[in-house]
Design a protein around this ligand. Structure first.
Ligand code: PCA
Length: 330
């Protein structure tokens, strides 16, 4: 009888222990109103619903808990259970993460998907080696060029200050003879207002979010690359979840990825229209300059392959040998 009782007590304890709700802190460097963060908030709500309150994800947007640049190490060390990083922002630690910010390799969403399919397994292996688990990734709309002055050619960049957000944009600024100035995304509007920067390469939606029309008038649609943000979790925190909870998180992550990709594509159109509606000139750069940029892109690619070595093959060989899904934009 005594044995049965204590057995009951133990199983009761085990049942309560496994049912104890878990909370993850998830940090991001982007504002709560950014489309990536809105998608994350929906992901968190779905996880809560699917685990019936078993896992709550507490969001900490806007660099408030962890700064974007410190995210990888913070999640690795378990300062937060989960985080969001822009992939190309962690390319020093995980070289293959930088493949989506190579200029002029991908110029449409279908190819961006194709690149992601090839990049994902390599990236997952590298994350696993650092004790991290990938949940999902979503691209920003294509990258274009904002400028306070009309752009006719490369000479228009000499001596200007170019806002940068990762190693790739720093290198491009250098190639154009501009001085790179690192400005976190939520401070872009203020940086233009204070005349700390003259131009930048980023998406139409980032310009809208920072209401850049108050400070400059030119946006050139380059479709230069599709950088992605990824959401990931510390492997220790992941393993503490029950198997059914992990499955719930994975299914919410899949939904977040699909939703995020369509929202990004929708926003690419809406945001460019909004820049126009606010009186900005939205145009293509002159053809000569576009050719010049593409040459710089090729130089950038060579440098990247040199730096990353054979891993580049795992992604680039299939990417360039598979048939393209869509015709290249003219
Ligand atoms: N917006 C982010 C990254 C890429 C983008 O479109 C930024 O400007 O920091």
């Amino acid at each position: 009888m005594r044995i049965t009782l204590s057995f009951c007590a133990i199983s009761l304890f085990a049942a309560t222990a496994s049912a104890a709700p878990t909370t993850w802190n998830l940090a991001t460097g982007y504002r709560a109103e950014s489309f990536h963060t809105e998608n994350l908030a929906q992901f968190a709500r779905e996880v809560d619903a699917k685990t019936k309150g078993g896992l709550t994800i507490q969001l900490h947007p806007n660099n408030s808990l962890i700064k974007l640049g410190d995210m990888l190490v913070a999640v690795e060390r378990g300062r937060v259970q989960a985080g969001e990083s822009i992939l190309s922002g962690i390319s020093k630690e995980l070289p293959i993460a930088g493949v989506d910010s190579i200029p002029f390799v991908v110029d449409n969403y279908a190819d961006a998907q194709r690149l992601w399919r090839l990049q994902r397994p390599v990236l997952e292996r590298q994350l696993a080696a650092r004790g991290l688990v990938l949940l999902y990734a979503v691209p920003w709309p294509p990258q274009g060029l904002y400028s306070s002055r009309p752009i006719r050619g490369a000479a228009d960049f000499k001596g200007t200050r170019m806002r940068t957000y990762n190693a790739a944009t720093v290198r491009i600024a250098e190639m154009l003879g501009a001085s790179p100035v690192d400005v976190p995304m939520p401070q872009v509007g203020a940086a233009f207002a204070q005349r700390r920067i003259d131009n930048m390469i980023t998406s139409a939606v980032t310009g809208v979010e920072n209401q850049v029309w108050n400070h400059l008038h030119y946006y050139y649609e380059l479709n230069a690359w599709f950088p992605k943000n990824m959401v990931y979790v510390n492997a220790g925190a992941w393993q503490q979840l029950r198997l059914d909870e992990r499955a719930a998180v994975q299914s919410a992550a899949q939904a977040a990825e699909a939703r995020g990709w369509s929202r990004s594509e929708e926003l690419a159109r809406e945001a460019a229209a909004r820049l126009r509606a606010q009186g900005m000139v939205v145009d293509r750069v002159p053809e000569d300059f576009e050719r010049h940029l593409k040459r710089l892109g090729e130089r950038f690619t060579r440098e990247w392959i040199h730096q990353v070595g054979h891993q580049a093959n795992d992604v680039f060989i299939p990417y360039f040998t598979e048939p393209r899904l869509t015709a290249r934009a003219p």
